[in-house]
Design a protein around this ligand. Sequence first.
Ligand SMILES: [Zn+2]
Ligand SMILES: [Zn+2]
Length: 291
Amino acid sequence: MLLGAHMSIAGGIFNAVLHGKKATCDTIQIFTKSTNQWKARPLTDEEIKRFLEEQKTTGVTVACAHNSYLINFASPNDELYEKSFESMKDELERCDTLKIGNIVMHPGSHVGSGEEIGLRRIAGAINRLFETLPNGRTTICLESTAGQGSNLGYRFEHLAQIIDMVEDKSRMGVCLDSCHIFAAGYPLIEEKDYKTTVKEFNRIIGLKRLKVFHLNDSKKPFGSRKDRHEHIGKGEMGLEPFRHIVNDRRLNKVPMILETPKGKDLKEDVENLKILRSLISGKKEKQEITA
Ligand SMILES: [Zn+2]
Ligand SMILES: [Zn+2]
């Protein structure tokens, strides 16, 4: 099982890998550029080389990048849509250069234009991206959302609809976020409910598309459609959903990434990872057998 956390690239992109090692991560997620800027300076050969080298020496892999929050492919505003397109194109190129296989992307907000129109605009932008970058190797992973405001992606059907409209489906994946799906109203606490939710996901999207799992507890209640991450086991979800997830054998090749609050010394990540690892075991099954 690959467990890790989102890591900052402050002071150089290779630093994320070193921070990941320090926080006991097997794998990490990064931004490939500052998230509040449309444009970033190109990466230097030196930076790319060091980034790849540090992964070899530390053994910490990079599961995925996460796209900038400014990007909105569902925007009804043409200027914003074009800016989003250019920015996402740049992010995909950066991922290819850095040999990052997956980029997690928030589907977008329709800002009042309506869900159907928004979903079509997202798929249109992705089709154009793949046409513009025919040799790109990075998979776009649509992230499930809590459904705050006019954010799309709070139903598995939204993600399935987008993928359905994308021509090159081989470059499409999905990222589930435990906090988001819980807030969106998919139950995860009782084992039977967790199983139903995964079954539902498998039926509508397919487990083979699941490339990344974000593990976050939720500060906000079930079905609240509010997106506020909390430390593992300390929020409205508690430990049970995470026990189900880390012991689900169907997911044992899916990288699991924390996006929980933290300070500079990363001790919160260390603690959350310790808790997640303590949940993995055959203990429960053994108990059932002896009972
Ligand atoms: Zn996200
Ligand atoms: Zn997330």
